[in-house]
Design a protein around this ligand. Structure first.
Ligand code: AMP
Length: 186
């Protein structure tokens, strides 16, 4: 990375706010709203998320609800790709497929429309944050089931100590800001 690129990453990092005990006691929530609200930072983040995949022939970005919609939609535009929605259970109106995955306490389900991806389309999966990797792995399972060809995963933040990249099946992934769960530099 160049000095300028390092400066940009530090600027992005400074706009991630730690919110302790949200949404539950013990969780340190990484709030990206200040970054989204800063036009230079938002543009830089979208550019950096898209950059590694510029020459990968991405047909579709699959963005994970809800912050993955914001970042993924902008990345799709930057790559000249379409956008496919990975939503929480019960929110998609048409024929859908579902994938359950484990949370610390219980289970969650993500869904895609059955016609969101055509077999062989090249798909980049985008979300704001990689923690345990369960959500991204479930999104990948949906893309696989629809016959998509997963080019990789792009995250703004990775909580590195949680080892979530191991859940991504050895596929390429990029994370702009590796962080400790307390917000320090990993
Ligand atoms: P995981 O499935 O454990 O990798 O969790 C990733 C998903 O949960 C992403 O969609 C994140 O938006 C959200 N998430 C998990 N932990 C946090 C956190 N500490 N701060 C903000 N979002 C989080």
């Amino acid at each position: 990375m160049t000095i300028q690129e390092l400066d940009v990453m530090e600027r992005l990092r400074s706009l991630i706010r730690d919110v302790p005990d949200f949404p539950r006691p013990g969780i340190v929530f990484k709030d990206i709203t200040l970054l989204l609200g800063d036009r230079a930072a938002f543009t830089a983040a979208v550019s950096a998320l898209a950059q590694p995949y510029r020459d990968e022939g991405v047909d579709l970005v699959a963005g994970i609800e809800s912050r993955g919609f914001i970042l993924g939609g902008a990345v799709a535009d930057r790559l000249g790709a379409g956008f496919a929605l990975v939503r929480k259970e019960g929110r998609l109106p048409s024929t859908r497929i579902s994938q359950a995955y484990s949370l610390e306490y219980g289970e969650a389900v993500v869904e895609m429309h059955a016609d969101a991806i055509k077999p062989g389309e090249r798909v980049l999966i985008v979300d704001d944050l990689l923690a345990t990797g369960g959500t991204a792995a479930a999104a990948a399972a949906l893309v696989d089931r629809l016959g998509g060809d997963i080019v990789g995963f792009a995250f703004l933040i990775e909580l590195s100590a949680l080892g979530g990249s191991a859940a991504l099946g050895g596929r390429p992934y990029t994370a702009l800001l590796p962080m400790k769960t307390d917000g320090g530099i990993a």
